[in-house]
Design a protein around this ligand. Sequence first.
Ligand SMILES: NC(=O)c1ccc[n+]([C@@H]2O[C@H](COP(=O)([O-])OP(=O)(O)OC[C@H]3O[C@@H](n4cnc5c(N)ncnc54)[C@H](OP(=O)(O)O)[C@@H]3O)[C@@H](O)[C@H]2O)c1
Length: 329
Amino acid sequence: MKAVRIHAYGGPEQLRYEDIELGTPQPGEAFVKHKAIGVNFADLHNCQGRYPLPSLPHVLGGEAAGIVEAVGAGVTYVKVGDRVAYAAGGPKFAPGSYAQGRMFPAERLIPIPKEIDDITAAALFTKGLTAQYLIKSVYPIQAGETIVVHAAAGGVGLFIAQWAAHLGVRVIGVVSSEEKAEMAKANGCQHVLLSSEQDIPNRVRSLTGGQGVPVVFDSIGKDTFDVSLRCLRPRGLMVSYGSSSGRVPPFDIFTLNGLGSLSVTSAAFAWFVPNREELLMRAADVVDVVLRKAVKIHVCQQFALKDAALAHRAIESRKTLGSTVLIPE
Ligand SMILES: NC(=O)c1ccc[n+]([C@@H]2O[C@H](COP(=O)([O-])OP(=O)(O)OC[C@H]3O[C@@H](n4cnc5c(N)ncnc54)[C@H](OP(=O)(O)O)[C@@H]3O)[C@@H](O)[C@H]2O)c1
Protein backbone atom coordinates (compact mmCIF):
# COMPACT_ATOMS: atom_id res chain seq x y z
CA MET A 1 0.00 0.00 0.00
CA LYS A 2 1.32 3.49 -0.91
CA ALA A 3 1.35 6.17 1.75
CA VAL A 4 2.90 9.54 2.51
CA ARG A 5 5.07 9.33 5.63
CA ILE A 6 7.52 11.50 7.47
CA HIS A 7 10.66 10.07 9.09
CA ALA A 8 11.62 13.33 10.84
CA TYR A 9 9.76 16.51 11.78
CA GLY A 10 10.15 19.49 9.49
CA GLY A 11 8.61 21.17 6.45
CA PRO A 12 6.98 19.70 3.33
CA GLU A 13 10.38 18.39 2.21
CA GLN A 14 9.96 15.63 4.82
CA LEU A 15 6.98 14.00 3.05
CA ARG A 16 7.90 10.68 1.41
CA TYR A 17 5.66 8.63 -0.84
CA GLU A 18 6.52 5.02 -0.04
CA ASP A 19 5.23 1.50 0.57
CA ILE A 20 3.83 0.52 3.96
CA GLU A 21 2.46 -2.72 5.41
CA LEU A 22 -0.98 -2.57 7.03
CA GLY A 23 -1.82 -6.13 8.04
CA THR A 24 -5.43 -7.05 8.73
CA PRO A 25 -8.14 -5.31 10.81
CA GLN A 26 -7.91 -5.90 14.55
CA PRO A 27 -11.08 -6.40 16.66
CA GLY A 28 -13.21 -3.25 16.41
CA GLU A 29 -11.38 -1.94 13.33
CA ALA A 30 -12.37 -1.58 9.69
CA PHE A 31 -10.11 -1.30 6.67
CA VAL A 32 -11.17 1.73 4.62
CA LYS A 33 -9.96 1.93 1.00
CA HIS A 34 -9.63 5.67 0.41
CA LYS A 35 -11.28 7.43 -2.51
CA ALA A 36 -10.25 10.92 -1.43
CA ILE A 37 -8.25 12.34 1.48
CA GLY A 38 -8.91 15.64 3.22
CA VAL A 39 -5.98 17.93 4.01
CA ASN A 40 -6.20 20.03 7.16
CA PHE A 41 -3.98 22.62 8.74
CA ALA A 42 -3.37 20.22 11.64
CA ASP A 43 -1.48 17.97 9.19
CA LEU A 44 1.12 20.73 8.86
CA HIS A 45 1.36 20.96 12.66
CA ASN A 46 1.89 17.16 12.79
CA CYS A 47 4.57 17.40 10.12
CA GLN A 48 6.40 20.14 12.01
CA GLY A 49 6.07 18.29 15.32
CA ARG A 50 3.97 21.05 16.89
CA TYR A 51 1.31 18.35 17.31
CA PRO A 52 3.66 15.41 17.93
CA LEU A 53 2.99 12.05 16.31
CA PRO A 54 2.96 8.85 18.43
CA SER A 55 6.16 7.63 16.74
CA LEU A 56 8.30 8.13 13.62
CA PRO A 57 8.16 7.25 10.80
CA HIS A 58 4.44 8.00 10.66
CA VAL A 59 1.79 8.45 7.97
CA LEU A 60 0.25 11.95 8.04
CA GLY A 61 -3.38 12.99 7.69
CA GLY A 62 -6.51 12.93 9.80
CA GLU A 63 -9.38 12.68 7.34
CA ALA A 64 -10.58 10.64 4.37
CA ALA A 65 -13.58 9.15 2.61
CA GLY A 66 -13.78 5.70 1.07
CA ILE A 67 -15.24 2.21 1.16
CA VAL A 68 -15.08 -0.42 3.89
CA GLU A 69 -13.22 -3.40 2.40
CA ALA A 70 -12.74 -5.55 5.51
CA VAL A 71 -13.79 -5.56 9.14
CA GLY A 72 -12.27 -7.04 12.28
CA ALA A 73 -13.98 -9.18 14.91
CA GLY A 74 -16.96 -7.65 16.69
CA VAL A 75 -17.57 -4.83 14.22
CA THR A 76 -21.27 -4.03 13.93
CA TYR A 77 -21.37 -0.32 13.07
CA VAL A 78 -20.31 -0.82 9.44
CA LYS A 79 -20.10 -3.64 6.90
CA VAL A 80 -18.04 -4.38 3.81
CA GLY A 81 -19.13 -2.12 0.93
CA ASP A 82 -20.31 0.82 3.06
CA ARG A 83 -19.26 4.33 1.99
CA VAL A 84 -17.77 6.04 5.03
CA ALA A 85 -15.71 9.03 6.11
CA TYR A 86 -13.74 9.84 9.22
CA ALA A 87 -12.23 12.83 10.93
CA ALA A 88 -9.46 11.90 13.35
CA GLY A 89 -8.80 14.18 16.26
CA GLY A 90 -7.33 13.94 19.72
CA PRO A 91 -4.79 11.55 21.17
CA LYS A 92 -6.86 8.36 20.64
CA PHE A 93 -7.00 8.62 16.84
CA ALA A 94 -3.56 8.84 15.35
CA PRO A 95 -3.02 10.37 11.92
CA GLY A 96 -2.68 7.98 8.98
CA SER A 97 -5.03 9.05 6.18
CA TYR A 98 -2.40 10.04 3.56
CA ALA A 99 -2.52 6.51 2.19
CA GLN A 100 -4.41 4.36 -0.28
CA GLY A 101 -6.29 3.02 2.74
CA ARG A 102 -6.04 2.52 6.47
CA MET A 103 -7.42 0.72 9.52
CA PHE A 104 -9.72 2.87 11.62
CA PRO A 105 -11.90 2.20 14.69
CA ALA A 106 -15.28 1.25 13.21
CA GLU A 107 -17.17 3.20 15.89
CA ARG A 108 -15.63 6.43 14.55
CA LEU A 109 -16.73 5.92 10.92
CA ILE A 110 -19.47 8.20 9.58
CA PRO A 111 -21.80 6.89 6.85
CA ILE A 112 -21.78 9.06 3.70
CA PRO A 113 -25.22 9.80 2.22
CA LYS A 114 -25.54 8.91 -1.48
CA GLU A 115 -26.06 12.59 -2.44
CA ILE A 116 -22.53 13.49 -1.26
CA ASP A 117 -19.64 12.55 -3.57
CA ASP A 118 -16.30 11.19 -2.34
CA ILE A 119 -14.31 14.39 -2.79
CA THR A 120 -16.87 16.46 -0.91
CA ALA A 121 -17.09 13.82 1.81
CA ALA A 122 -13.31 13.87 2.27
CA ALA A 123 -13.41 17.64 2.83
CA LEU A 124 -16.54 17.68 4.93
CA PHE A 125 -16.23 16.39 8.44
CA THR A 126 -13.13 17.87 10.09
CA LYS A 127 -14.16 21.36 8.99
CA GLY A 128 -17.90 20.79 9.31
CA LEU A 129 -17.78 19.20 12.77
CA THR A 130 -15.47 21.98 13.90
CA ALA A 131 -17.83 24.67 12.62
CA GLN A 132 -20.74 22.80 14.20
CA TYR A 133 -19.32 22.53 17.71
CA LEU A 134 -17.98 26.07 17.62
CA ILE A 135 -21.23 27.80 16.63
CA LYS A 136 -23.66 25.41 18.35
CA SER A 137 -21.82 24.49 21.58
CA VAL A 138 -18.84 26.74 22.33
CA TYR A 139 -20.80 29.89 21.54
CA PRO A 140 -24.35 29.15 20.36
CA ILE A 141 -24.80 31.97 17.85
CA GLN A 142 -28.19 33.69 17.63
CA ALA A 143 -29.98 35.30 14.67
CA GLY A 144 -29.41 39.05 14.65
CA GLU A 145 -25.95 38.90 16.23
CA THR A 146 -22.78 40.06 14.51
CA ILE A 147 -19.67 37.87 14.74
CA VAL A 148 -16.06 38.05 13.54
CA VAL A 149 -14.51 35.09 11.70
CA HIS A 150 -10.79 35.05 10.88
CA ALA A 151 -9.42 33.20 7.81
CA ALA A 152 -12.95 33.47 6.45
CA ALA A 153 -12.01 32.09 3.02
CA GLY A 154 -10.28 29.02 4.50
CA GLY A 155 -11.72 25.56 5.09
CA VAL A 156 -13.25 26.02 8.54
CA GLY A 157 -13.78 29.76 8.02
CA LEU A 158 -15.98 29.31 4.95
CA PHE A 159 -17.99 26.69 6.79
CA ILE A 160 -18.63 28.92 9.80
CA ALA A 161 -19.44 31.97 7.67
CA GLN A 162 -22.00 30.22 5.47
CA TRP A 163 -23.66 28.38 8.34
CA ALA A 164 -23.83 31.50 10.51
CA ALA A 165 -25.32 33.56 7.66
CA HIS A 166 -27.90 30.82 7.11
CA LEU A 167 -28.87 31.16 10.80
CA GLY A 168 -29.44 34.90 10.39
CA VAL A 169 -26.13 36.07 11.83
CA ARG A 170 -24.21 38.99 10.32
CA VAL A 171 -20.64 37.81 9.64
CA ILE A 172 -17.60 40.08 9.48
CA GLY A 173 -14.89 38.01 7.80
CA VAL A 174 -11.18 38.78 7.98
CA VAL A 175 -8.88 37.61 5.17
CA SER A 176 -5.47 38.47 3.75
CA SER A 177 -6.13 39.12 0.03
CA GLU A 178 -8.65 40.56 -2.42
CA GLU A 179 -9.18 37.11 -3.97
CA LYS A 180 -10.04 35.67 -0.55
CA ALA A 181 -12.26 38.68 0.17
CA GLU A 182 -14.33 37.89 -2.94
CA MET A 183 -14.64 34.26 -1.90
CA ALA A 184 -15.69 35.19 1.64
CA LYS A 185 -18.21 37.74 0.42
CA ALA A 186 -19.81 35.21 -1.91
CA ASN A 187 -20.07 32.73 0.97
CA GLY A 188 -21.77 34.22 3.97
CA CYS A 189 -19.70 37.25 4.95
CA GLN A 190 -21.69 40.45 4.83
CA HIS A 191 -18.51 42.46 5.46
CA VAL A 192 -14.95 41.46 4.68
CA LEU A 193 -11.89 43.17 6.15
CA LEU A 194 -8.34 42.83 4.83
CA SER A 195 -5.99 41.93 7.67
CA SER A 196 -2.98 43.56 6.04
CA GLU A 197 -4.59 46.90 5.30
CA GLN A 198 -7.16 47.71 7.93
CA ASP A 199 -7.32 48.46 11.64
CA ILE A 200 -9.59 45.50 12.34
CA PRO A 201 -10.85 46.45 15.85
CA ASN A 202 -11.71 49.99 14.66
CA ARG A 203 -13.52 48.72 11.58
CA VAL A 204 -15.44 46.16 13.67
CA ARG A 205 -16.48 48.87 16.11
CA SER A 206 -17.65 51.15 13.33
CA LEU A 207 -19.71 48.28 11.85
CA THR A 208 -21.33 47.59 15.23
CA GLY A 209 -22.27 51.10 16.34
CA GLY A 210 -19.18 51.32 18.56
CA GLN A 211 -20.17 48.21 20.52
CA GLY A 212 -17.90 45.40 19.32
CA VAL A 213 -19.05 41.82 18.77
CA PRO A 214 -20.12 39.15 21.29
CA VAL A 215 -17.77 36.51 19.84
CA VAL A 216 -14.69 36.18 17.65
CA PHE A 217 -13.74 32.84 16.06
CA ASP A 218 -9.96 33.00 15.78
CA SER A 219 -7.96 30.19 14.13
CA ILE A 220 -4.83 32.24 13.52
CA GLY A 221 -3.45 32.52 17.04
CA LYS A 222 -0.29 34.53 17.66
CA ASP A 223 -0.80 37.25 15.02
CA THR A 224 -4.46 37.96 15.81
CA PHE A 225 -4.97 37.31 19.52
CA ASP A 226 -4.79 40.97 20.63
CA VAL A 227 -6.76 42.12 17.58
CA SER A 228 -9.52 39.65 18.41
CA LEU A 229 -9.79 40.75 22.04
CA ARG A 230 -10.16 44.35 20.89
CA CYS A 231 -13.05 43.45 18.56
CA LEU A 232 -15.16 42.18 21.47
CA ARG A 233 -17.90 44.01 23.30
CA PRO A 234 -17.87 43.91 27.13
CA ARG A 235 -18.34 40.32 28.39
CA GLY A 236 -17.62 38.99 24.91
CA LEU A 237 -16.01 35.59 24.18
CA MET A 238 -12.79 35.05 22.32
CA VAL A 239 -12.83 31.55 20.80
CA SER A 240 -9.26 30.55 19.98
CA TYR A 241 -9.40 27.30 18.03
CA GLY A 242 -6.21 27.30 15.99
CA SER A 243 -2.69 28.64 15.73
CA SER A 244 -1.98 28.92 12.01
CA SER A 245 0.48 31.79 12.67
CA GLY A 246 1.92 30.22 15.84
CA ARG A 247 0.86 29.74 19.45
CA VAL A 248 -0.50 32.64 21.45
CA PRO A 249 2.22 33.75 23.88
CA PRO A 250 1.47 33.92 27.62
CA PHE A 251 -0.64 36.96 28.47
CA ASP A 252 -1.71 38.90 31.54
CA ILE A 253 -5.18 37.69 32.54
CA PHE A 254 -5.97 41.15 33.91
CA THR A 255 -6.08 42.34 30.26
CA LEU A 256 -9.46 40.60 30.03
CA ASN A 257 -10.76 42.63 32.96
CA GLY A 258 -9.57 45.94 31.45
CA LEU A 259 -11.15 45.21 28.06
CA GLY A 260 -14.59 44.50 29.54
CA SER A 261 -14.56 41.32 31.62
CA LEU A 262 -13.92 39.24 28.51
CA SER A 263 -13.73 35.44 28.37
CA VAL A 264 -11.30 33.35 26.37
CA THR A 265 -11.55 29.67 25.46
CA SER A 266 -9.15 27.40 23.60
CA ALA A 267 -11.40 24.85 21.92
CA ALA A 268 -10.55 21.50 20.36
CA PHE A 269 -12.56 19.11 18.23
CA ALA A 270 -11.80 15.96 20.25
CA TRP A 271 -13.61 17.27 23.35
CA PHE A 272 -16.84 17.69 21.40
CA VAL A 273 -17.04 14.25 19.79
CA PRO A 274 -16.09 12.01 22.73
CA ASN A 275 -18.34 9.10 21.71
CA ARG A 276 -20.20 7.72 18.68
CA GLU A 277 -23.52 9.19 19.74
CA GLU A 278 -22.22 12.76 19.85
CA LEU A 279 -20.11 12.24 16.72
CA LEU A 280 -23.15 11.09 14.71
CA MET A 281 -25.42 13.78 16.18
CA ARG A 282 -23.02 16.53 15.10
CA ALA A 283 -22.29 14.82 11.76
CA ALA A 284 -26.02 14.65 11.00
CA ASP A 285 -26.27 18.41 11.59
CA VAL A 286 -23.35 18.98 9.19
CA VAL A 287 -24.84 16.72 6.51
CA ASP A 288 -28.21 18.44 6.91
CA VAL A 289 -26.88 21.94 6.12
CA VAL A 290 -24.96 20.60 3.15
CA LEU A 291 -27.91 18.67 1.71
CA ARG A 292 -30.14 21.72 2.17
CA LYS A 293 -27.44 23.72 0.30
CA ALA A 294 -27.12 26.18 3.16
CA VAL A 295 -23.39 25.39 3.14
CA LYS A 296 -21.47 24.71 -0.07
CA ILE A 297 -18.23 22.74 0.15
CA HIS A 298 -15.56 24.45 -1.95
CA VAL A 299 -12.82 21.98 -2.77
CA CYS A 300 -10.58 24.51 -4.51
CA GLN A 301 -7.35 22.46 -4.61
CA GLN A 302 -6.86 18.83 -5.60
CA PHE A 303 -3.51 17.02 -5.71
CA ALA A 304 -2.45 13.41 -6.32
CA LEU A 305 -1.60 11.67 -3.04
CA LYS A 306 2.06 11.42 -4.11
CA ASP A 307 2.12 15.23 -4.41
CA ALA A 308 0.97 15.84 -0.83
CA ALA A 309 4.04 18.05 -0.28
CA LEU A 310 2.67 20.48 -2.90
CA ALA A 311 -0.58 20.68 -0.92
CA HIS A 312 1.38 21.48 2.24
CA ARG A 313 3.40 24.15 0.45
CA ALA A 314 0.23 25.78 -0.90
CA ILE A 315 -1.38 25.87 2.55
CA GLU A 316 1.79 27.06 4.24
CA SER A 317 2.08 29.95 1.81
CA ARG A 318 -1.55 30.99 2.43
CA LYS A 319 -2.39 30.44 -1.25
CA THR A 320 -5.34 28.11 -0.75
CA LEU A 321 -9.05 28.91 -0.80
CA GLY A 322 -11.64 26.64 0.82
CA SER A 323 -10.65 22.98 1.15
CA THR A 324 -7.82 20.84 -0.22
CA VAL A 325 -8.09 17.15 -1.12
CA LEU A 326 -5.59 14.45 -2.15
CA ILE A 327 -6.57 11.73 -4.60
CA PRO A 328 -4.92 8.30 -4.19
CA GLU A 329 -3.82 6.49 -7.36
N1 LIG B 1 -9.66 23.37 17.43
C1 LIG B 1 -10.22 22.57 16.54
O1 LIG B 1 -11.09 21.76 16.88
C2 LIG B 1 -9.83 22.69 15.10
C3 LIG B 1 -10.39 21.82 14.16
C4 LIG B 1 -10.06 22.01 12.81
C5 LIG B 1 -9.17 23.02 12.46
N2 LIG B 1 -8.60 23.79 13.43
C6 LIG B 1 -7.70 24.89 13.10
O2 LIG B 1 -8.44 25.82 12.33
C7 LIG B 1 -7.59 26.49 11.44
C8 LIG B 1 -8.15 26.42 10.05
O3 LIG B 1 -7.97 25.11 9.52
P1 LIG B 1 -8.17 24.84 7.98
O4 LIG B 1 -7.68 23.47 7.72
O5 LIG B 1 -9.53 25.22 7.58
O6 LIG B 1 -7.09 25.85 7.34
P2 LIG B 1 -7.38 27.15 6.44
O7 LIG B 1 -8.17 28.12 7.25
O8 LIG B 1 -7.91 26.74 5.14
O9 LIG B 1 -5.91 27.70 6.25
C9 LIG B 1 -5.30 28.47 7.21
C10 LIG B 1 -5.54 29.98 6.96
O10 LIG B 1 -4.99 30.68 8.06
C11 LIG B 1 -4.60 31.96 7.64
N3 LIG B 1 -3.25 32.26 8.16
C12 LIG B 1 -2.93 33.32 8.92
N4 LIG B 1 -1.65 33.31 9.23
C13 LIG B 1 -1.10 32.25 8.63
C14 LIG B 1 0.23 31.74 8.58
N5 LIG B 1 1.25 32.34 9.21
N6 LIG B 1 0.43 30.62 7.86
C15 LIG B 1 -0.56 30.01 7.24
N7 LIG B 1 -1.86 30.44 7.26
C16 LIG B 1 -2.12 31.57 7.95
C17 LIG B 1 -4.66 31.99 6.12
O11 LIG B 1 -5.83 32.74 5.76
P3 LIG B 1 -5.64 34.31 5.42
O12 LIG B 1 -4.54 34.34 4.41
O13 LIG B 1 -6.94 34.75 4.90
O14 LIG B 1 -5.25 34.96 6.72
C18 LIG B 1 -4.83 30.53 5.75
O15 LIG B 1 -5.53 30.37 4.55
C19 LIG B 1 -6.19 25.87 11.64
O16 LIG B 1 -5.46 26.66 12.55
C20 LIG B 1 -6.51 24.52 12.23
O17 LIG B 1 -5.44 23.98 12.96
C21 LIG B 1 -8.93 23.63 14.72
